[in-house]
Design a protein around this ligand. Structure first.
Ligand code: SAH
Length: 346
């Protein structure tokens, strides 16, 4: 059965044609699903009863089931565990900032990129998520919080560019008219650096922000932290970033997770500054979240601030990521993993 919530508006129009229905039905159905966030076909009261029945028979209705919600007492950040129709579980996060509500979504169940500091990749990849399953994370959280979602970051479990086609449909439906219509400028997609897909995304000329997980200032060090660096040279990745900026005019964000004794020295900061200086960019420092299966350790606060100051002196735009939800399995993939581990024990 076709998954109706993953259909873009033009896809849905083709579907209506196939069913012998007038085209305007596509717009109606689309707006029920993505604008009004309907829970079922029954709610679509301006459709003839017969059509609703037909839709019920023809299409799969994807809905995520909340399994668990954890709320941080420190900062109100909420972490959600959702069950997918096939039984897989994924996690999403709601962060409340003064500039609005931000939702961090997963793009895959598991991940196959193998970054050494990351919990999401420990059990490998299950599968990529459908567009509908990415959308549902945003929809469920908006309904649960009864507040509008302003920003969406694709920074949860998974490598979004390893699930390219579904990601693109997701972005189109999330930011297009008739849906939540979130501004593309309020959407960020984070990648470990899949060069061909970064270039392809640049050619789509969207206004979304591309975040590149850099984490090291030399090819050798990056390779020791991120297996993907065996496939693409640092210089190729940075060229793709430059291409993204040239095609879209959007400033690149570099993510740099700081691990004590690994990539946090003065020399690292100097090399990093040289590397990114010629790019129109912003560096986001993330003190590494300790994951119990990994042995990366957070630098102390002073070392993080020193690193930041060093970059700033070289004229680099830099922020330290505010750590949200430390008390609720904050790091990527940890809630999902601890849930799956306990399920397995039972
Ligand atoms: N696959 C995408 C999105 C994943 S996670 C990517 O690689 O960008 C979002 C960010 O969190 C990435 O920069 C990732 O490298 C980083 N990250 C993962 N585990 C972390 C940890 N334990 N501590 C700090 N940052 C981490």
């Amino acid at each position: 059965m076709t998954d109706i919530k993953s259909q873009t508006l033009s896809g849905l129009m083709k579907e209506m044609e196939r069913l012998g229905e007038p085209k305007f039905r596509a717009k109606q159905i689309y707006s029920w699903m993505h604008g009004k966030l309907a829970d079922s076909f029954e709610e679509m009261t301006d459709l003839p009863g017969k059509l609703r029945e037909k839709l019920q028979q023809e299409y799969e209705w994807i809905r995520l089931e909340p399994v668990k919600v954890q709320r941080s007492v420190q900062d109100g950040t909420c972490k959600f565990l959702f069950r997918l129709p096939d039984g897989n579980v994924i996690e999403s996060v709601l962060m409340k900032y003064h500039h609005g509500n931000s939702v961090c979504i997963s793009s895959q169940a598991g991940c196959r990129m193998g970054c050494r500091f990351c919990a999401s990749t420990l059990n490998g990849l299950e599968r990529g998520l459908k567009a509908s399953e990415m959308l549902e994370q945003v929809y469920q959280i908006q309904k649960w919080s009864k507040e509008r979602v302003h920003n969406v970051v694709v920074m949860g479990t998974g490598e979004p560019l390893d699930n390219y086609d579904a990601l693109l449909d997701f972005l189109q439906i999330l930011t297009g008219e008739g849906g939540l219509h979130i501004s593309q400028r309020n959407v960020t997609v984070s990648t470990c650096g899949l060069v061909p897909q970064m270039r392809k995304l640049a050619d789509e000329k969207l206004q979304i922000t591309l975040a590149l997980s850099l984490h090291a200032s030399s090819q050798e060090k990056r390779r020791s932290m991120m297996p993907i660096a065996n496939k693409y040279e640092l210089s190729e990745v940075l060229d793709a970033c430059r291409y993204y900026f040239n095609q879209t005019g959007r400033r690149i964000t570099f993510e740099y997770s700081l691990a004590a004794g690994v990539n946090d020295s003065e020399k690292d900061a100097e090399e990093l500054a040289v590397l990114v200086k010629s790019l129109n960019c912003h560096v986001n420092l993330i003190p590494v979240n300790p994951v119990k299966e990994r042995d990366f350790v957070q630098p102390n606060h002073r070392a993080v601030v020193n690193f930041k100051n060093k970059l700033e002196k070289s004229g680099i735009n830099v922020t330290i990521r505010r750590e949200m939800g430390r008390d609720i399995d904050g790091a990527c993939g940890q809630l999902r993993k601890s849930y799956m581990d306990t399920e397995r024990v039972r």
